[in-house]
Design a protein around this ligand. Sequence first.
Ligand code: GTR
Length: 424
Amino acid sequence: MTLKKNTLLLVGLAIASLKSMTALSQINPDANTDEAKVRPYTLPDPLMMADGEKVTSVVQWQKIQRPYLYHLFEENVYGHYPKTPVAIHYKIRETDRNALNGTATRKQVRIFLKRGDNSVFVDVLMYLPNHIKGPAPVFLGYNFSGNATVQPDKAIFLSDRLAFPEFTGPNNDASRGTNSSRWPVKEIIGAGFGVVTAYNGDIELDKPDGWKTGIRTTMKDVLKIQPEEWGAIGAWAWGVSRIMDYLEKDKDVNAKEVAVIGHSRLGKTSLWAGASDPRFSIIIANESGEGGAALSKRWFGETVKIINTSFPYWFVDAYKKYNDNTDALPLDQHELLALIAPRPLYVSSASEDLWADPKGQFLSALHAGPVYELFGKKGIGTGEEPPLFHPVGSTIQYHIREGKHDINLYDWQQFIRFAKEKWK
Ligand code: GTR
């Protein structure tokens, strides 16, 4: 590339980033996108116990500090995570051992969440690789708009629940494969992994009154929890664990190798699911932003106040106390990441996704490191933000790629590489 071209490219990038900065602060003046304006903040030390003593052993972490921090997240952010056991039952609606030109087995399973009841369910779509021997390692994550949007595959059942077309798009043949760029199934299958996905709206529709028809209402007696005691993210996270309950019964799946994955609000969900359920052996949060991997005390991009105003139903009411005072938050999101230790964790960002605060996500991944080190694992390993397209880290990894808020093939290629490294 010539010098002139380089300069033009840099000017172009500068204009593009200025444009996105202006756009964000125009949308919401609370959304700072100027690094120079980030106010000083102090992060809590995940290894500092309430009595002022420092955690020095894994046993102290597991017995004292981890339960304490987990409880802080329940109380202040996501609400109570019901531990009451439920007995799922399920129906295999369809199996095709010759899907995707013979490369995959497609299964569609309806998982019922309530004993003796067929009205509360989540519909799961699975593609498992045919070329590997034995049960498949899988990526498990929700989709935003129905299983049919994941692949242009006519055999995928349209959703019974997609009652929210203004957000999800139409629930008809026109929706088939419309989100396939977010689900590179061919590459995932080719690499020897399966894909397991479900529409998050099966658990709770993503809207303010979604709780009325979702599991926070339909399961409240079974789970002994009132709808306001948890939020939509908590409900979605709990739902992923019920899919895991099914995967443990499916002989075609290696339930010891299930990576929970999510993008954006569903990345927030995968982090809370990973913190709440030790069966997920890899946790992946793509551009999960505020209430996900991004630090809350760092004033950049979306803030606690903005998210609580736009999406109050994702979290519990107690979270709103911190709208104008994140200094008072007794936790920060690096501690959510630390709750996942010592399991492999991947955090990813995109250069134009300032709303999700790429640097705040990097720092959060970095500061979860000491807890991983307690277990003899290595975290990010560098305090320097890496350049675009240069993943860093060891048991915790991070990348930032060029581009906008999305999950794409490059992101998935890194997750596949990560899973191959960790599950070898
Ligand atoms: C935004 C929200 C973010 C993120 C995103 C998404 O509107 O402010 O926190 O969750 O939606 O889920 O795509």
